[in-house]
Design a protein around this ligand. Structure first.
Ligand SMILES: Cc1cc2nc3c(=O)[nH]c(=O)nc-3n(C[C@H](O)[C@H](O)[C@H](O)COP(=O)(O)OP(=O)(O)OC[C@H]3O[C@@H](n4cnc5c(N)ncnc54)[C@H](O)[C@@H]3O)c2cc1C
Length: 560
């Protein structure tokens, strides 16, 4: 009963896509293992529920980086989803693909089949773009009828309109569709929602497949180690309710545990830099120096203003009536303020007109975003709005390394932010452009005073110091099992782990370079394409493991 064709580790953004696509034909037995619980908490599905969800200990891994030497020695909080849907169940729902050149760059690094021309059909396949007939040119770039619903906001906070107006006053172009012909400009994000609810990858891909007799999902199953026969992955050992169990894979084990979980599990299984593995007392199985290296993330700096019109989202007692109205509207017809993903507006811009493509992204939120929602006190005190700026293609590279051989202990995460000197200046320029926007006439009725950083921060040196002291993640870690052909690559362009068989990695960790935008849609695309590659190989009988469950028989086969 514990034998499957495919065992997928991690029921997050990528894992849910794979569970659906690999089980669709009915031909293959598929198991999905997820460390977290089912996604039954109602706050996951109410878009503004994102704040209580990020605060949850059950639904969030709540990782911390090591102290960041270029960011005033601060350890940084890194939320990651720990439930079906993974981070797509706790994210901000902004639907962004990145720039076409991001994928052409992947292809130019030797990753055949990953250019924008190659991946666009997968972006379209996964998508049901609701406003396809309302957005000019949308049919050339978007799909309809796919599982992931992409919608326009049902409710728009007036501060968002002020932001877009102010950005236009400051000279930025208006863009109706950041995923269309051109990325540059400001406007409103399309959101991964359906009928006013979050459309996580669990809702989009997993839920419709749950009735299939050939798909089994086990939650609260923490994968602890990959099982091997020789150099072939044949299964997974996992912890459930304090006991170990094993699931065997006749064809493949697929790691979709995310940019932190996937390299950690490889390292725990003896795959990675030998010295690091031996240091933890683990038997090395296969030397792959790139496992856990090449970590990249978007670092974000914010400007926060107190506002007078009280349109901001606040926990101040005077907002009680509005909150009750929002709950009523939501319960009556999934309308109103509770359908907001909060980060409703933003844009893509160049830190310097000479940049060939946008290198900065804005997220505008109608509240004070203190410590990723872990500290609510400022929300009780103020009505405020925040403009967040991130640099899209950092050169700094960090790492995920084992801190312990215990699979239940978090790994050591070093984002290594701002290690490359080139990563700081675009943020300084972006900060100044953001400040310019917030000072435009469109904000005049709303503006009270700049709360952060405040008028004392003016010259470049002060701005640099402010960035080092206050910048935070905008939640896009990638790259720790990078795809490629060089010595530091972990998977090949078909996402098979180099030097081993029966094992792939399919999630955000395979991105060789961070794309210019939010990472859920790109991860979903990766899984869509991977599903095709896996099914092609299965149909052709390529790399069939010859694995028989009785290990004695399997040993004989391996010896041949
Ligand atoms: C707070 C937040 C806001 C974000 N906002 C946006 C946004 O607005 N738009 C956007 O596009 N992107 C956003 N992102 C990023 C996006 O959600 C992620 O890039 C994407 O979900 C990554 O997908 P993944 O499949 O690689 O990993 P995940 O979705 O994180 O999935 C990994 C899964 O593996 C499970 N797992 C890990 N280890 C194990 C183990 N040992 N055993 C079993 N299971 C395991 C995890 O519990 C999880 O379910 C945000 C992310 C966060 C955290």
């Amino acid at each position: 009963m514990n034998n499957y064709d495919f065992v997928i580790v991690g029921g997050g953004s990528a894992g849910c896509v794979l569970a659906n696509r690999l089980s669709a034909s009915g031909k293959w037995q598929v198991l999905l293992l997820e460390a977290g619980p089912a996604d039954s908490n109602p706050f996951i599905h109410v878009p503004t529920g994102v704040i209580p969800v990020i605060r949850s200990n059950a639904l969030n891994w709540k990782f911390w980086t090591v102290p960041q030497k270029n960011c005033a020695g601060r350890a940084m909080f890194w939320p990651r989803g720990r439930t079906l849907g993974g981070s797509s169940s706790i994210n901000a729902m902004c639907y962004i693909r990145g720039h076409a050149r991001d994928y052409d760059r992947w292809a130019s690094l030797g990753n055949d089949g990953w250019s924008y021309k190659d991946v666009l059909p997968y972006f379209r396949k996964m998508e049901n773009f609701e406003p396809i007939d309302r957005v000019a040119g949308a049919r050339d770039f978007h799909g309809s009828g796919g599982p992931l619903n992409v919608a326009e906001a049902r409710y728009m906070n007036p501060l968002m309109t002020a932001f877009v107006g102010a950005a236009e006053q400051a000279g930025h172009l208006r863009n109706q569709d950041f995923n269309g012909a051109q990325q540059e400009g400001v406007g409103y994000y399309h959101v991964m929602q359906r009928d006013g609810q979050r459309c996580s990858n669990a809702r989009a891909f997993l839920q419709p497949a749950l009735g299939r007799p050939n798909l089994k999902v086990i939650t609260a199953a923490h994968a602890a180690k990959l099982l091997f026969e020789g150099r072939r992955a044949v299964g997974v050992r996992y912890l459930q309710n304090g006991r170990y169990a094993e699931a065997l894979a006749r064809r493949e084990v697929i790691l979709s545990a995310g940019a932190i979980g996937s390299p950690q599990l490889l390292l725990l299984s003896g795959i990675g830099p030998r010295a690091q593995i031996e240091q933890q007392g683990i038997q090395p199985l296969h030397e792959l120096p790139g496992v856990g290296e090449n970590l990249q993330d978007h670092l974000d700096i914010h400007l926060t203003w107190e506002e007078r019109t009280r349109f901001a989202v606040s926990l101040h007692w005077t907002s009680l009536w509005r909150t009750l109205k929002g709950i009523f509207q939501y319960l009556r017809g999934r309308r109103g303020e509770l359908t907001s993903n909060l980060a409703q507006a933003g844009g893509f811009l160049k830190s310097d007109p000479a940049e060939p493509i946008p290198d900065l992204q804005w997220h505008f939120v109608p509240f004070i975003y203190a410590e990723h929602g872990q500290n609510l006190i400022p929300l009780f005190k103020h009505y405020a709005f925040t403009l967040m700026t991130c640099f899209l293609r950092p050169e700094s590279r960090g790492s995920v390394r084992l801190a312990s051989a215990d699979p239940l202990q978090p790994p050591q995460i070093d984002a290594n932010y701002l290690a490359a000197p080139r990563d700081l200046e675009p943020l300084v320029k972006g900060f100044k452009l953001a400040r310019q926007v917030l000072k435009q006439a469109a904000f005049a009725p709303h503006r009270l005073r700049e709360l952060e950083p405040g008028e004392a921060v003016q010259n470049d040196e002060q701005i640099r110091a402010y960035i080092r002291a206050r910048a935070e993640t905008v939640y896009h870690p990638v790259g720790t099992c990078k795809m490629g052909r060089d010595a530091m690559a972990v998977v090949d362009p078909r996402l098979r782990v180099h030097g081993l068989s029966g094992l792939r990695v399919v999630d955000a960790s395979i991105m060789p370079t961070l794309i210019g935008g939010n990472t859920n849609a790109p991860t979903t695309m990766i899984a869509e394409r991977a599903a095709d590659l896996i099914l092609q190989d299965a149909a052709l009988g390529i790399d069939v493991p010859n694995y028989a469950p009785a290990s004695a028989a399997a040993d004989v086969l391996l010896e041949k």
